[in-house]
Design a protein around this ligand. Structure first.
Ligand SMILES: C[S@@+](CC[C@H](N)C(=O)[O-])C[C@H]1O[C@@H](n2cnc3c(N)ncnc32)[C@H](O)[C@@H]1O
Length: 261
């Protein structure tokens, strides 16, 4: 079972983490991106979303292995990302974080190719302007490492609240982002990247609860040797659970938001 929602060293030796790494065909390493993928996978698995005929909508999927893993369970997936030209402009193509087509999302062979073609569609979707075509169509939604890139703290918050409309009753949303461990006062807020403070996440959670959604939050941070190490630019250290972004130490946080049946 998942512990708290902050990236934790202790998670990497749990059976759920090892299981998720196997399904995602990823080697275990102390990296917060891997934690985000495994966290999303496990949050959905625990809530019985990974089974045939469940439908999922992924935002800003880049080249992450989650689409293929979900399809391998028989889920019908609409994987989306921003327009390719815009992604090029923002540097996502250069850093190998943007897929050219659907098959690019199954490069590791996680899902049987025939099953993948039948179950997965790849579409352009702007997270700042979610299409009405997606309303109440999905059992689950997810995004990894994305909503901090939408323009501002408020843009990310609007995305999180808006994307809930894509879920059917009883649906589950799982989204991960950057969390500021240094300060609950100041933070980084640039058009290409923001770091959420605890107060920003609390404001988001409070709005979600006001709208009737169930959210579990726990901001407990660990103090083990790997999570006490802070990676610095150009971030090539194999241990990368915390990193310095500008003047702030950041790690990953996950949100699980559930819609009543
Ligand atoms: C850091 S990458 C993460 C990619 C992938 N989710 C992963 O975990 O490897 C950020 C992703 O957000 C996408 N993105 C940024 N702004 C977006 C927007 N406005 N609408 C949709 N996707 C966006 C980028 O195209 C890119 O795929």
């Amino acid at each position: 079972m998942l512990g708290s929602q902050l990236c934790k060293e202790a998670d990497f030796s749990t059976s759920w983490f090892v299981h998720a790494c196997g399904k995602l065909r990823e080697e275990m390493r102390y990296h917060r991106k891997l934690w985000e993928w495994c966290y999303i996978f496990e949050a959905l698995r625990e809530r019985n979303m990974l089974m045939p005929f469940k439908s999922g909508l992924g935002f800003g999927v880049g080249k992450e292995p989650l689409t293929a893993a979900f399809a391998s369970y028989g889920c019908e997936v609409v994987a989306t990302d921003m327009d390719a030209d815009e992604a090029k402009e923002q540097g996502w193509v250069e850093t190998n974080q943007h897929a050219l087509n659907a098959m690019d999302l199954n490069n590791a062979g996680i899902c049987d190719p025939h099953q993948f073609r039948n179950l997965v569609t790849y579409e352009t979707a702007d997270m700042n302007r979610i299409s009405d075509n997606y309303v109440e169509r999905f059992d689950f939604t997810w995004s990894s490492c994305c909503f901090e890139h939408l323009g501002s703290i408020e843009h990310g918050k609007r995305f999180i609240v808006n994307q809930m409309k894509c879920l059917k009753p009883g649906g589950v949303a799982v989204h991960t982002t950057e969390f500021n461990l240094s300060s609950d006062e100041d933070t980084l807020e640039a058009p290409i990247l923001v770091i959420y403070r605890r107060r920003d996440i609390e404001a988001m959670v409070s709005e979600l609860r006001q709208e009737g959604y169930r959210v579990t939050v726990d901001y407990t941070a660990g103090a083990g040797p790997y999570e006490s190490f802070v990676d610095l630019p150009p971030y090539h250290n194999p241990v990368h659970l915390r990193l310095k972004l500008g003047e702030y130490v950041s790690t990953s946080i996950g949100l699980i938001i559930e819609k009543e049946k």
